[in-house]
Ligand binder design. Structure first.
Ligand code: HEC
Ligand code: HEC
Length: 264
């Protein structure tokens, strides 16, 4: 007897099943990847929702987060008295803090208004007891301080106009004289910064001094300060020549300053 193994005949169906079954494992990832790619391409056609959400967030935080690029060289524009008051003076005067005369309070302002506009303006510029110089905001222009003062005083019954004293304008001859006096008596310190003198080229150091006004500078140059001798140490120098030198210095400093065409 012979052993014989009965082979079943392979039918075409068996063949097909085997082929598909063998191909299926590699085919599944291929199909999935294809679907994924199609999905991505489809997604590209629809608007991306992210910028919309981003815009919504920006709109929501705008009142708090709005940042304005400030150009330090931009020309200064004088604000209204109301705006300066709201920004600076109201910090104390709205409530009467530190004993300040309260906004619109005639009883607080009456006696002060009687001092007259010039005196009040002087106090607003230089400070007065607990009232800080320029309300503590040295960047305010003269005109802005004057407008804010007028805004407050008029709200309490005054009838002031925000005028500024015109500062002395030296003639060309006085400036030329000042230049010579400066070279002989002042340059030794103010060209070099010797003994802590403000160098003429140091615009930053002179900015706050100029704000005090020329009268204050004349007085400092003529009478001296705790750190500077009267008339640069030359007691033969006349007051007039000392003033001419100051005029020359102020003109030099102003010429070196970045343009600031605001009405002053
Ligand atoms: C930090 C608080 C404070 C701020 C800010 C402030 N003031 Fe005053 N101010 C005072 C006080 C305090 C007085 C009262 C001083 C006194 O009479 O002793 C006063 C008084 C004054 C007076 C009256 C001076 C006088 O001779 O009677 C004027 C004018 C004035 N302030 C203007 C201003 C202006 C203009 C601003 C804004 C640019 C301003 N103040 C901002 C505190 C302030
Ligand atoms: C020996 C050095 C020296 C000479 C010379 C000199 N100064 Fe000064 N000057 C100083 C010093 C130091 C300061 C700073 C004073 C201070 O900060 O209080 C100063 C400050 C000043 C100021 C600003 C004052 C202020 O308000 O603080 C003026 C204006 C001035 N000098 C004018 C003159 C004039 C004008 C001359 C010439 C006639 C002159 N100086 C000569 C040393 C000098």
């Amino acid at each position: 007897m012979s052993d014989h193994i009965e082979m079943t005949k392979t039918t075409p169906l068996d063949f097909l099943m085997a082929t598909v079954g063998g191909l299926a494992p590699p085919l599944i990832p291929i199909i999935l990847i294809t679907l994924l790619v199609i999905g991505i391409q489809h997604g590209l056609g629809t608007p991306d929702p992210a910028p919309l959400a981003d815009q919504a967030v920006r709109d929501r935080i705008k009142p708090y987060g709005l940042s304005v690029a400030v150009d330090p060289n931009a020309p200064h524009v004088d604000r209204t008295g109301e705006a300066v008051y709201a920004d600076v003076c109201s910090g104390c005067h709205e409530t009467g803090a530190l004993g300040s005369p309260k906004f619109k309070e005639k009883a607080d302002w009456g006696k002060r208004i009687a001092k007259g506009y010039e005196t009040l303006l002087d106090h607003a510029f230089k400070g007065f007891n607990k009232m800080p110089m320029r309300g503590g905001e040295p960047d305010l222009s003269d005109l802005e301080v004057a407008r804010a003062l007028v805004y407050m005083a008029n709200a309490a019954g005054a009838n002031f106009q925000p005028t500024l004293k015109k500062e002395y304008e030296p003639s060309a001859a006085e400036l030329a004289r000042g230049k010579a006096v400066y070279a002989d008596n002042c340059a030794s310190c103010h060209d070099t910064g010797l003994t802590g003198a403000q160098k003429l080229s140091d615009v930053k150091a002179w900015g706050p001094l100029l704000k005090e006004g020329k009268d204050a500078l004349y007085a400092a140059a003529i009478n001296g300060t705790y750190a500077a001798a009267p008339k640069g140490g030359n007691d033969k120098l006349s007051d007039a020549d000392t003033r001419n030198a100051v005029e020359y210095m102020v003109a030099q400093v102003r010429a070196a300053m970045p343009a600031k065409p605001a009405a002053k």
